[in-house]
Each structure stands twice: as C-alpha cells, then as structure tokens.
Design a protein around this ligand. Structure first.
Ligand SMILES: Cc1cc2nc3c(=O)[nH]c(=O)nc-3n(C[C@H](O)[C@H](O)[C@H](O)COP(=O)(O)OP(=O)(O)OC[C@H]3O[C@@H](n4cnc5c(N)ncnc54)[C@H](O)[C@@H]3O)c2cc1C
Length: 457
C-alpha cells in the first residue's frame, strides 16, 4: 500500500514526486512510467534515420522526463503562458509556484541566464508589434538547451531513484475505483498497485488513455481547443533583432478574415525542425541546442479552434488533418511560402534553389493547401504578413512551412481548485495530459501544487 502513486514520469509527475519527498520523506511513493530511464531513451530520428520509424513506444515522448526530455528546455517564467493554472488559483499563487519551480530547476543544474527581463527592450518591441496588430506577451525565458535539459532530468532521476519506487517500462492500464474513491491501478502486465492518492500525469502521449479511463468512471471533461498549424523555418537573421533580445517572442494575432486566434509558439533561434510521432501519426516540432547552432530559426504558427456542440472530438480532428499530410507526403510535408501563394507544390528542385536549407531533411516537398482547411490556411497566411512588418523577410517566398504541427490538448478534465477530479476522491490529474498545462514550467508547477494539497490533507 503506497501513500501516493504517480502515473507518468514527465515534468508534472517528477515535480509531484520531488515535492512529496521534500514534505513527507517518510511516505511510500511509487511512480509508473511507460518508457525507460533517461540514459536509455532513444529517438531513432536523432540517430540519422531519415523518417520517423513509428516505434511502438515513441522514444521522443516516453521515458523519464516525458516529452520535455529532448525538448529545448525553454522555461517560460510567467503565469500567462504554458497552461491554465490561473483558472485554479490566484495570480500571486501561480507566480509563486512558477518561481519555486524555476528555483528547483536551478537547484538541479539549470543555467542562470534568463532572456526577456529588460522591460525597456520589451516595450520597444511591443510598440512595433502593436503597430502590426500583434499582441506581444511578456514572457521571460530561461533557456537550457536540449543537452542541459537532459542533465537536469538525469539529476532528478538519480535523486528520486534513491527515495521512491520507480517502475519503468510499465503502463498504467486501469484505475481501481470503489464507492467514488480511487483505490489503485492495474498495469498492463497485471500488477495491482494500491495507493491512497493517485496522481495522473500521462502527458499528451497518454491523453487518449486518460480520456477513456475518466469517461469509464464518469469523470467530466470540458472540450479544449485544438491548435492546428505549421512550423515556419526561415534564415535566423530575419528574426534576430527580436530573438537576440527576447529569445522567444509570444505573439498573438486575430485573423481578419475569420477572427481566429493565431499565435507563435516554441520559437527556436538557430534551431532545427524535428518530427514527432503520436500513435503512428508524424507531426512536426522544433528545438535548439545550447552549444550548437544551425543557420535557421523556427517557430510554430498555431490556429486555435474551439468547437461547439455537438462536436466533442478535438483530438480526432487534429489527428485527421495530420494524417492527411502523412497520406500525401508519407510523413511531414514541407512547402515554400512562395509556392503556396502561387498555387503549386514545392519540389526537391525548388527547395534546392532557395536561400534556405531545410533542417528537417526527411520532410517531403508538397502542397499544404491540400491538407489544411481554408480557415486555418488563411489565418496562417495573414499572420505571416503581419509578422513580416516586425521581422521583414518572414513572408519571403523562400520561407519554409512544415506541416502539420498539432497540439493535442485534448479534453480538459473537470477539476477542483486542488486539481482533484470532480466525482472520484483522491484522484488528481495534472500536466498536459489533463489539459491543464501546455509547457514545462506549468506542468512542473501543477505537480508541486498537487503534492502540497495531498500532504496538507
Ligand atoms: C519536441 C518538444 C519540445 C518541447 N519544448 C518545450 C520547451 O522548450 N518549453 C516548454 O515549456 N515546453 C516544451 N514542450 C512541451 C513540454 O515538453 C510539455 O509541456 C511537458 O513535457 C508536459 O509535461 P507532462 O509531465 O504533463 O507530460 P509529458 O512530459 O508528456 O510526460 C508524460 C509521461 O507519462 C508517460 N505515460 C503516458 N501514459 C502512461 C501510462 N498509461 N502509464 C505510464 N506512463 C505513461 C509518458 O511515457 C511520459 O513519459 C516541448 C514538447 C516537445 C514534444
């Protein structure tokens, strides 16, 4: 019998475990992780494979550190970005949690440098953005880089392995619920694990499983928006005047034609574009290293769609659009902005004759207008023109658009302010899988919050 069982060894689960060990070192805590230890994690794409081989368990997303492990390690230090924690607690509490979480990353080896703290510089760029009808969100960023991010997570793993039980390569399969109270978990290999409190933190990788288990136990879900879009890659000098001051700029725009919100997301100066695999679907993402630079900068442009009754399947919608790209390209598709505007597909020859070399070599040149719905496509084109006003060259004919980038935020679980499920006692849902967060800091902060709640009970 454990005091607490945690499902998922991503930032949300890890920070819950760290805080539990800080507050109740004598407690018996178990963490169940579908993937392997951090040093054993492998993504074949990073070892030179041309196309994502659709591993049974995606090495990029599963294993100690979760989706954050090979991530760029950009810690966004504001309550306004990377999740919905402000919906559950006052701003001051979220600010304190962000600070506390950031300090913990520092304690385990994060770098000292933070970008975007200079208010005057921010105000200058904000002014230019306003003139282009763009809203610039103030969001200081601590950038770890992929290599350092792995070190920090390894340090946390070493620390926790000495203090709690960790089951790697183990999949939580069913929740045991009796009289509206959670009692334990049954794993795929039929282990029964009993615990007083259960924290579910399965990330986007486990969002489908979470939705299934929660609907079985009549735990309510709220439709989250789905974010569909492309990853933009351009020569780094185009965005340099902004990235050298802010590192990452969070810009929001409302498409004049449809009024939909489009935003920049996960900006990687001198970075590279990578593919991800979600249940056999190849999507696109990006990151940058701390000690290695490419000639390009990449960022996502995401269009938010919030569906109304009777539609309840935002994940399926996003998957459908991504599958279309995969169907046409056999994986990720890439198109030059100029070719898109000219109504023709990109070809390897056209890409070769550009001033920019794609960092994702395995993307197939094609035609995004056959994939993205008109509504999202229009919003992306309009946003590129708006960005061109503050970073001239963004709407160049050579700018590369990779598709599809989708954020499967899934349904958001109906939770109390303690992040406990409404309907099943002692069951908590945190991180990206619960639809509560969207980034490393808030995912980690949600873990800290829940651990404190449980310890105070
Ligand atoms: C390529 C990439 C780059 C990113 N870059 C950044 C960045 O720079 N900054 C930022 O803020 N955010 C970034 N993100 C997002 C960030 O990684 C996530 O927001 C964060 O990892 C979410 O944490 P989590 O713990 O909720 O989920 P995850 O990190 O996804 O972890 C969930 C874990 O649960 C495990 N799991 C799932 N189902 C089960 C099950 N049934 N049983 C047992 N285990 C299970 C998974 O294997 C996984 O390890 C990036 C994401 C990706 C993919």
């Amino acid at each position: 019998m454990y005091n607490v069982a945690i499902i998922g060894g991503g930032p949300a689960g890890i920070f819950a475990a760290l805080e539990l060990m800080k507050l109740k070192p004598e407690w018996k805590v178990i963490l169940i992780e579908k993937g392997v230890q951090i040093e054993k994690r492998k993504c074949l794409l990073r070892e030179g494979y041309e196309k994502c081989p659709s591993c049974k368990k995606c090495g990029l997303l599963c294993g100690w550190g979760g989706a954050g492990a090979f991530s760029d390690g950009k810690l966004t230090l504001t309550p306004d970005v990377g999740g919905h924690l402000l919906d559950y607690m006052p701003r001051k509490s979220v600010e304190d949690l962000v600070k506390y979480t950031d300090d913990t990353y520092l304690h385990f080896g994060a770098t000292n440098e933070v970008f975007g703290t200079d208010r005057e510089v921010f105000a200058e760029i904000e002014r230019e953005a306003t003139l282009a009808e763009l809203k610039l969100v103030h969001s200081p960023v601590r950038h770890l880089g992929t290599e350092r991010s792995l070190n920090v997570l390894k340090n946390m793993q070493d620390y926790l392995e000495k203090r709690i039980t960790i089951l790697y390569d183990t999949i939580a399969d069913q929740l045991i619920v009796e009289n509206e109270q959670v009692k334990g978990i049954i794993t795929k290999d039929n282990q029964k694990i009993e615990a007083e409190h259960i924290i579910i933190a399965p990330g986007r990788e486990g969002a489908d499983w979470l939705t299934h288990e929660f609907s079985k136990n009549r735990i309510g879900m709220i439709n989250n928006a789905v974010d569909v879009g492309v990853r933009v890659e351009l020569p780094a000098p185009v965005f340099e005047p902004i990235t050298e001051k802010l590192y990452e700029s969070k810009l929001i725009y409302h498409s004049p034609t449809f009024g939909d919100e489009v935003r920049t997301f996960c900006m990687n100066p001198y970075g590279e574009v990578v593919t991800e695999n979600y249940s056999g679907i190849s999507t696109v993402n990006g990151h940058s290293y701390a000690n290695y630079r490419t000639a390009n900068t990449n960022f996502a442009l995401l269009v938010s769609e919030k569906f109304t009754e009777p539609f309840k399947e935002p994940i399926a919608y996003g998957q459908h659009v991504a599958r279309l790209a995969n169907m046409l390209a056999g994986g990720v598709l890439v198109q030059r902005f100029g070719d898109l505007l000219d109504g023709r597909r990109s070809t390897p020859e056209r890409i070769k004759s550009s001033i920019i070399t794609p960092t994702l070599a395995c993307a197939t040149p094609g035609d995004l207008s056959l994939v993205l719905p008109y509504r999202q496509m229009t919003a992306i084109i309009e946003m590129l023109y708006a960005l061109d006003k503050i970073a001239p060259g963004t709407a160049s004919r050579y700018t590369l658009l990779y598709g599809i980038e989708v954020k499967f935020y899934s349904g958001r679980v109906k939770l109390t302010n303690d992040l406990e499920t409404e309907g099943v006692k002692n069951l908590y849902a945190i991180g990206d899988g619960a639809g509560v967060t969207r980034g490393l800091i808030q995912a980690s902060a949600s873990g800290v919050h829940v651990a404190r709640v449980i310890c105070s009970k």
